[in-house]
Design a protein around this ligand. Structure first.
Ligand code: PEP
Ligand code: MG
Length: 875
């Protein structure tokens, strides 16, 4: 057997490493007895050897190629270089992974000016001239690096001066002029078109090898994490012609509909055309089903149907096919796994299980976790044309149309009168909570994936686009300028939180499909595989119910501060913060406790029988206070303070670094009565559930702990509240007290902290912020540049930084477990819903992840993928 070359008859689909994806599949189709034009693959090993030798091919390579060409000649009866019936071949690259940016295809290789004349007499002059001008363009461009433009201009000019629309309407003389002009392009660029077909072939193979290292190909591999050492194969195959008249055609087809997943051949074909014409959109192709009745194609169509079925059953996967019909005879040129939409992925995976083609595990592994989320939100119908005016970060998925508003107040007002609004802000703060709540979506100029707007919107399941730097927002004037457009308050826009697109006007939507049978089957199979449990971050009974519908196994983080922003509560919260005496504070706390009992009761009820982790108040308290002069005045009047006194008080509470100030457990340590109030409310709600026969499972979580002493003190407050409430009610309810690990020190002293904790939940948002000294709210301005320049591989607020933050998670987990083996370990930062991070958490031996309700199905699937990959790696 040859060293560097394999004929299609000598390989199988398993030889992808050696033959590349395209070559391996051509070999496999040949082995299956399908009508594949004969050919061979110059292996990836030859390519690697070419690079190792600094650009010299292995010694025997060209001899082996000559032998393989000889074999094609035998099969086709045509000789390479023959002047009357020359063997023509295609040359295509084909790496292990399909890679845009590499050399694609040269067709009709082997033609020379001499054979054009001779062959023209046999096959028809016009046809041969057309084949030659295509070779001149493709060879010049891909093998010799000539620009496309001169060749394209020649064709445009020819069509114009002939007064025709399509290339195939040019007559012989006009085509001959095109060929002559194309030949002349070469010397204009200081090169010659090789008159020797062997020289053409050598240059083409070398061009394939060299295309492995083009800038685009290298950048693509870098982005996709593909090794630079693999090299590419080159496939050489006898030409068949789809442009030999009205019974010839080229086409592409999928074995199932790639956008819906519906069974049945889906594709198109173009009569009297070569393959590239179908893709290039030179003429509009016909739907493939019409081939069944097209004169001269009936039999080829039936054969294509049979082959499509055979290939799909053989590969047990939806296939993307390329074929040519030459004078009514079908030839297969390519088969590969077909790309598909989210809908199609789910449907195909499940239907293939039903058809016995694959098992449930394979079905689970065939659907990308991120694809699932797209099915849970209304989506933009991309079949319609859209005017995209800007792009930001895809902060919270779903698409929505609404009228622009620039202030939270306007959003609330419009919301009340039933207008759908999108809140557009430079960035959002706690003050904007009512506005976000009232709006159907949020768009901000600043802020990353874990900025306030992003976190709040995700929690509510509302679409959000953040960090959209092109927005120039003048809140006062009510004007938004963006990339040459000027929009005013109440103009209509659409945002797409799945892609970050901002679209002018109302885009056409496709409804959400929350409950399709396919998704339910797929997720239940995923549940059979995964080890990580999945909880939700939810702050309201409604979120909790939604999370449960999506399969959440509890709440991993209930952020209680959101509850204090409701219109009727904010004044009471402010009174509590500003209280000048113990009594004033006690009175405000009592009123807040009443609200909180109702909140917790609603959530326990929605999560009946499942654990609910409730975090005591976390943000800096000044976030609850007004900022503008007018607002301060209004509040002063409301609570009976002098305006100057209130201004001074608000200023005194302002912090230079609020993220490192009086926040998290520090609030509860300084004011234990706040923690006591919240704990009492939790236990009273649990008792109310108990009395109604409902099982509440409270887990109280203390945030931002960095010393064991903080947790010890807060736990004492919680336990005392429990004793009091349970004593009064005459019942006892099981509960846990645990903490968030979101400060590096806490991870390092996790063993000591574990003494006082029944669980750890890693708050990876703050842990990322505190470990990397990256502000969650400000990093948006430079993170993208860091990622673009390769300083960071991805947004660390979305995908866990394994080397730094992830290591702290592992350290915290193992030190905690060392001291307390039964310690429960979870994740409640945004990473809990990110597939790549979930894989890491699975490997790190955590018990659960928690994420926004809409990410729950994603996390279920991602956790299953992690388990399956782990299992496969173990074998
Ligand atoms: C965290 O820090 O990871 C977390 C979940 O808490 P928050 O986002 O509310 O700070
Ligand atoms: Mg936090």
């Amino acid at each position: 057997m040859a060293l560097w070359v394999r004929r299609f008859t000598e390989g199988t689909a398993a030889d992808r490493d050696l033959l590349g994806g395209k070559g391996a599949n051509l070999a496999e189709m040949t082995r299956l007895g399908l009508p594949v034009p004969p050919g061979f693959t110059v292996t990836t090993e030859a390519c690697r050897s070419f690079f190792e030798r600094g650009g010299d091919v292995p010694e025997t390579l060209w001899d082996e190629v000559a032998c393989a060409i000889e074999a094609i000649s035998e099969a086709t009866g045509r000789q390479f270089g023959d002047e009357r019936e020359p063997l023509l071949v295609s040359v295509r690259s084909g790496a292990r992974f399909s890679m845009p940016g590499m050399m694609d295809t040269i067709l009709n290789l082997g033609l020379t000016p001499a054979s054009v004349e001779g062959f023209g007499q046999v096959a028809g002059e016009r046809f041969v001239l057309d084949a030659f001008r295509r070779l001149l363009h493709m060879f010049g461009h891909v093998a010799l690096g000539l620009p496309d433009e001169p060749f394209e201009e020649i064709m445009t000019h020819a069509r114009q001066s002939a007064g025709v629309q399509h290339d195939n309407e040019l007559n012989v003389e006009q085509m001959r002029a095109v060929v002559d002009a194309s030949l002349a392009v070469y010397p204009e660029h200081g090169v010659e078109f090789p008159l020797d077909p062997w020289e053409q072939l050598r240059l083409a193979v070398l061009a394939v090898f060299n295309s492995w290292n083009t800038e685009r190909a290298v950048a693509y591999r870098e982005a996709e994490g593909i090794s630079h050492d693999l090299g590419t194969a080159a496939n050489v195959q006898a030409m068949v012609f789809g442009n030999l008249g009205d019974t010839s055609a080229s086409g592409v087809a999928f074995t199932r509909d790639p956008s819906t997943g519906a069974p049945g051949l889906f594709g198109e074909y173009l009569i009297n055309a070569q393959g590239e014409d179908v893709v290039a959109g030179i003429r509009t192709p016909f739907p493939i089903e019409e081939m069944a009745q097209a004169p001269g194609f009936e039999a080829a169509y039936q054969e294509l149907l049979t082959i499509a079925g055979k290939l799909e059953t053989h590969y047990r996967e939806m296939q993307d096919l390329e074929f040519t019909v030459e004078r009514s005879k079908l030839y297969m040129l390519q088969t590969r796994t077909g790309k598909r939409t989210a809908d199609a992925a789910a449907r195909i995976a499940v239907e293939m299980v039903e058809q016995g083609l694959i098992d449930p595990k394979t079905a689970v592994s065939r659907v990308e976790p991120d694809q699932i989320e797209r099915l849970l939100h209304p989506r933009i119908d991309d079949r319609e044309s859209l005017e995209v005016i800007a792009r930001g970060l895809p902060a919270s998925p779903g698409a929505v149309t609404g009228r622009l508003v620039f202030t939270s107040e306007d959003a609330v007002y419009q919301g009340r009168v039933g207008v759908s609004v999108i809140l557009v802000r430079p960035e959002t703060s706690a003050d904007d909570f009512p506005g976000i709540n009232a709006a159907v979506g949020v768009l901000t100029a600043r802020g990353g994936m874990t900025s306030h707007a992003a976190v709040v919107a995700r929690g509510m399941g509302k679409p959000a686009v953040t960090g959209c730097a092109d927005l120039d927002i003048d809140v006062k004037a009510g004007v938004l300028k963006v990339n040459g457009h000027e929009l005013s308050s109440h103009d209509l826009i659409t945002i797409d939180g799945a892609t970050g697109r901002v679209i002018l006007g109302a885009a056409q939507m496709r409804p959400a499909d929350l409950n399709s049978a396919e998704i339910r089957s797929l997720l239940s199979w995923a549940d059979d595989e995964r080890r990580l449990k999945v909880r939700a971050n939810a702050d309201t009974p409604e979120d909790a119910r939604r999370a449960r519908r999506f399969g959440a196994e509890g709440i991993g983080l209930c952020r209680t501060e959101h509850m204090f922003f409701a219109t009727e509560r904010l004044p009471v919260m402010r009174k509590m913060i500003l209280a000048r005496t113990e009594d004033e504070r006690a009175e405000a706390l009592e009123r807040l406790e009443a609200f909180q009992v109702d909140d917790f009761y609603g959530i326990f009820k929605a999560m009946e029988g499942l654990p609910v982790t409730i975090r005591t108040v976390d943000p800096p308290l000044h976030e609850f206070l007004p900022t503008s002069g007018t607002e301060i005045k209004a509040l002063a009047a409301e609570i009976g303070w002098r305006s100057n006194d209130l201004t001074a008080r608000v200023h005194s509470m302002r912090e230079e670094n609020p993220m490192l100030g009086l926040r998290g457990c520090r609030v509860g340590v300084i004011w234990p009565e706040v923690t006591r109030m919240q704990a009492r409310a939790i236990f009273r709600a649990a008792v109310r559930c108990h009395n109604e026969g409902l099982k509440a499972i409270p887990e109280i979580m203390i945030p931002l702990v960095s010393t064991p002493e903080e947790l010890k003190r807060q736990k004492a407050v919680v336990d005392a509240a429990a004793e009091q409430v349970f004593g009064d009610a005459g019942v006892r309810i099981e509960y846990l007290v645990g903490t968030m690990i979101e400060v590096p020190r806490a991870a390092l002293v996790a063993d000591e902290i574990a003494e006082h904790a029944a669980f750890f939940s890693f708050g990876t948002n703050d842990l990322t912020q505190t470990t990397m000294a990256l502000s969650r709210d400000d990093a948006g301005s430079f993170l993208a540049a860091y990622i673009d320049r390769g300083i960071l591989p991805s947004d660390p607020f979305r995908t866990i930084d394994q080397a730094g933050v992830g290591q702290l998670v592992q350290i915290g987990a193992s030190r905690g477990r060392m001291r307390k083996p039964a310690l429960k370990l979870g994740i409640c930062g945004e990473h809990g819903g990110d597939p790549a991070s979930i894989e890491f958490f699975h490997r790190s031996g955590l018990d659960y992840v928690s994420c926004s309700p809409f990410r729950v199905p994603v996390a279920r699937l991602a956790a299953a993928h992690a388990a399956l990959e782990f299992e496969a790696a173990d074998r």
